[in-house]
Ligand binder design. Sequence first.
Ligand SMILES: Nc1ncnc2c1ncn2[C@@H]1O[C@H](COP(=O)(O)OP(=O)(O)O)[C@@H](O)[C@H]1O
Ligand SMILES: Cc1ncc(COP(=O)(O)O)c(N)n1
Ligand SMILES: [Mg+2]
Length: 563
Amino acid sequence: MAYAQGLSSSCLFLSHKVPPQGFQQSLGLSLPFTNSRINSSLQTRIFVEMREDSAPMTSDHSKKMKIPHVLTVAGSDSGAGAGIQADIKACAARGVYCSTAITAVTAQNTIGVQGVSVVPEDFVAEQLKSVLSDMQVDVVKTGMLPSIGIVNVLSQGLREFPVRALVVDPVMVSTSGDVLAGPSILAGFREQLLPIADIVTPNLKEASALLGGQQLETVADMCSAAKLLHDMGPRNVLVKGGDLPDSLDAVDIFFDGKDFHELRSLRIKTRNTHGTGCSLASCIAAELAKGSSMLPAVKVAKHYIETALDYSKDIAIGNGPQGPFDHLLRLKSYVQNSCRQVGFNPNDLYLYAVTDSRMNKKWGRSITDAVKAAIDGGATIIQLREKDAETQDFLEAAKACLKICHSHGVPLLINDRVDVALACGADGVHVGQSDMPAHVARTLLGPDKIIGVSCKTPEQAHQAWIDGADYIGCGGVYPTNTKENNLTVGLDGLKTVCVASKLPVVAIGGIGASNASSVMEIGVPNLKGVAVVSALFDRECILTETRKLHAILTESMSMQRTY
Ligand SMILES: Nc1ncnc2c1ncn2[C@@H]1O[C@H](COP(=O)(O)OP(=O)(O)O)[C@@H](O)[C@H]1O
Ligand SMILES: Cc1ncc(COP(=O)(O)O)c(N)n1
Ligand SMILES: [Mg+2]
């Protein structure tokens, strides 16, 4: 199954452990999430899968669908910037379920750690057993492990209930300088956890402590530390350089036992870096749980941290020197635009109108007139695809179209240009296979925006789902002249992709009044509608053509319902 393709078994599996579990199951399950863009796209996934089953929930486990699952074994941070709270938020941001085994409860804020209460090791063992024995965990991620006894019960738990991967963040000291695990823990890391870890992610101080106090001050020091740590048994090492002195970039060193990778990102100027280490490790775990291999998982995680820090750089929570950041990229947009409409409804794909600047020019109309006419005729979503426009003109047009769309409750997407979508506050983007990857667009746009991806194959559809897209556009179904050298997939290709896709699908390419019913009549529940360019916009009267197409779609849907 395509889901397993990104996995390198030698890289991800704990040594001498059982083969991967659950890969043959499809993903998705009813979730306790309710309210974010990612959550609603997960709900969409569930909806689609349930439609395919069209059976009521049963207690038969073979019928249920598995979702990627990370168990974090870490401490609670009352300020919710780091620890368990950061882990849950980072996993949620990446669309992954996160369960918890709490090792300590800390009284903590932006000033520092005021108190620590360690959870008795027996009770950590009980939490581990409860979750691992029942809940199909893919990846375990560790954070604050405040006693050697807790390391022992964790190793025991992992032996009893093997998982696909272990991510060890060897937390010892908080950013504020408070000790979270004493030196007695070092032997536990070295002897028990590092040898079975798929990756260990120390910061400079932690790497130094694990290596017996060696000073780490340069990138070259980080590389030699990574190599020495690798000798202790983990499959991969990431030495984090958030605290590297005099560095303009945030540099991390990744070592897989063979090659070094220097991972650089912009160093964001902000006080809100509390919890970056926990969140990075959780994001790596989340990507592994989704089926990614190690280096791509680390790269996605680093990019996620950079984006979240940049997004949150001016957020003010607490009076101390180390503030939390916004994992879900929601707080800032909430402040800026608290009445924004959120949520993607797959039924909006029903009559999907895609504008074309050349056609508007040919017929001598403005883009706003074209959009208004399409909406009046029954278009349910608009995509602005202005390949030739200057950026400034495009942005102005997008702002004007957004007003029209929102006054009619119709979502507006921007083709390709994530920057324009962000600048005008559009509802989302549609990207092609050679545009910005959907997971990067998701990181930039945050969880609330709609992301669609053009796909021709089941593999591309699967990747779009992994990347956190909301829907896919599949085509060209028929030959079209709006796209040069576009491969036609035909109705068979469309059906194959729809059946494989966990996301709702809109068909595109050469579709109009003459063939829309044949497209909808392929009868696959997650085919939600048709996307149209020429059949609406390369015509004398957009309103008439849109009405006509709307009537045809309604007719063909009602025919299908009567069978
Ligand atoms: N100001 C910053 N801008 C961008 N990335 C940062 C910044 N500070 C830390 N990072 C990144 O956050 C991650 C966590 O790093 P670090 O702060 O060193 O770990 P820890 O939180 O465990 O001390 C690393 O990928 C690091 O490069
Ligand atoms: C419970 C807990 N776990 C981990 C950290 C480390 O996070 P940071 O290094 O960002 O302070 C923390 N402060 N609290
Ligand atoms: Mg840090």
